[in-house]
Design a protein around this ligand. Sequence first.
Ligand code: DAT
Ligand code: MG
Length: 149
Amino acid sequence: MERTFIMIKPDGVQRGLVGEVIGRFEAKGFTLVGLKLMSVPQELAEEHYDVHKERPFFGSLVEFICSSPVVAMVWEGDGVVTSARKLIGATNPLSAEPGTIRGDFGVSVGRNLIHGSDAIETAKREIDLWFNEKELSSWEPTLKTWLYE
Ligand code: DAT
Ligand code: MG
């Protein structure tokens, strides 16, 4: 089953939106298989955002991610990578549609609340980077027959 890496960034945690965000993924019908609150070491933030290392915002982005705890998660379900990106909304919260997490709760790109993997391969890389195998639990939701035909 497909998995994706989701991180509630420091602004989402500080603003008390952890429950709101988790609730949206649960209500959609995805399955939580990994969850931890953590302070992010600089090396991990740099590795996570390695693709952006030449961008002018890289330094401030890494500094921000390390500035206060984040909630790191792995969610599972058919099509979860693409669907999670839709639940999250556009990178700039001012452009993100109402109904998305960024569209409903954010006003600036540097405080866009949440990260979600952008492709299946990226998700694999990010899950390996943030979680040990032991920290992930595979379980069969009792609701499954009511979510999938
Ligand atoms: P996304 O998080 O939607 O995948 P991204 O991978 O392009 O977006 O960028 C990663 C993060 O970097 C993004 O969530 C917020 C920050 N960021 C992106 N573009 C930025 C910009 N122009 N100015 C400041 N921060 C930016
Ligand atoms: Mg990205």
